[in-house]
Write a protein that binds this ligand. Structure first.
Ligand SMILES: [Zn+2]
Length: 305
């Protein structure tokens, strides 16, 4: 049994309104095939198909205000209702109170201590490590969880060796914005297949996709549609290379944003809990899911068997 956690920042389940919701207007044939023709919008959930189950997960967690990335991701990585415990949604990066939760224990550490192999598939450029060590940059929740667990962050060398993926899936951003013209360039479909391959090497893999939240803040429908079309190709490559009997793919988010481009900020919408894999694996894995606190316990349970 293995789990691949594909984290999409800022993607909620919104309305069926193509004027504000790019998930309602963008053709996503691979996603729709998994959901028997449904789109990733609120009225599609809950649904169970031959390969996938979609439920809506509450991201507000009983706390006033709009959910934010640091607390939302920390809930996903610890199973604790961190915004309720600290009294507020907080983000984008962890403040000392939120960071303390991640340092005191998180999914990566729990799995490592249980002898399970866990990896974050994102590659980080050298400039990122330099900015962290000089104090110019703070870890966001996911790399803080990984490093707190004593696990390495993947590097440029890992990316060049085919052992990591760039945050934009394809590597185009590394070529253009990081001035690394020799960085490997994958098609979105190849990136999905690569993700499946890398997930097959360990028990638990995580990939953090943050451009979805940026696109939501940008409120640019054309850019959002391009991003979703790319993501759908990645998903096609991933799903076709995935062995449903050997493990589960989990796709979820920390809060809504991209699904409502009428507002610049986050939304209070539920987020998708989308799981791909054999029906018997899916049912026991997600039978208790109502909100973001239920993810970590399910992953730990599934990988302890
Ligand atoms: Zn955001």
């Amino acid at each position: 049994m293995r789990v691949l956690f594909l984290f999409l920042d800022g993607v909620g389940l919104g309305g069926d309104d193509p004027k504000v919701n790019p998930l309602a207007s963008t053709p996503m044939p691979h996603l729709e095939a998994l959901l028997d023709g449904r789109k990733l919008i609120a009225r599609s959930a809950p649904v169970e198909t031959a390969r996938a189950t979609l439920v809506a997960l509450d991201a507000c967690l009983g706390v006033a205000g709009l959910p934010q990335s640091a607390t939302g991701q920390t809930v996903l990585l610890t199973g604790r209702n961190v915004p309720r415990e600290i009294g507020t949604h907080y983000g984008p990066k962890p403040n000392p109170a939120v960071a303390e939760y991640l340092r005191n224990g998180n999914l990566f550490r729990t799995l490592s201590q249980a002898g399970r192999r866990a990896a974050l598939l994102n590659a980080y450029p050298q400039g990122y490590f330099d900015a962290i060590s000089s104090g110019r940059r703070l870890y966001s929740a996911v790399p803080l969880a990984v490093t707190s667990a004593g696990l390495p962050l993947k590097t440029t060398a890992d990316l060049f060796a085919g052992q990591a993926l760039s945050a934009d899936f394809t590597g185009a951003g590394w070529r253009e914005r990081l001035n690394l013209p020799d960085a490997p360039l994958l098609s979105p479909r190849q990136a999905g297949a690569r993700m499946a391959h890398l997930a097959g090497q360990v028990d638990f893999t995580f990939f953090e996709y943050w451009p979805s939240d940026y696109a939501g803040h940008g409120q640019d429908m054309a850019a959002a549609r391009t991003l979703l079309a790319t993501f759908d190709e990645v998903l096609g490559g991933l799903a076709s290379a995935w062995d449903d009997e050997a493990g589960l793919i989990l796709i979820t988010s920390d809060h809504g944003n991209l699904e409502d481009l009428s507002t610049r900020g986050h939304t209070a919408n539920p987020v998708p809990g989308l799981v791909i894999g054999a029906p018997s694996l899916r049912r026991s894995f997600m039978s208790e899911w109502r909100d973001l606190t239920h993810i970590t316990p399910s992953i730990v349970e599934a990988l302890s068997r």
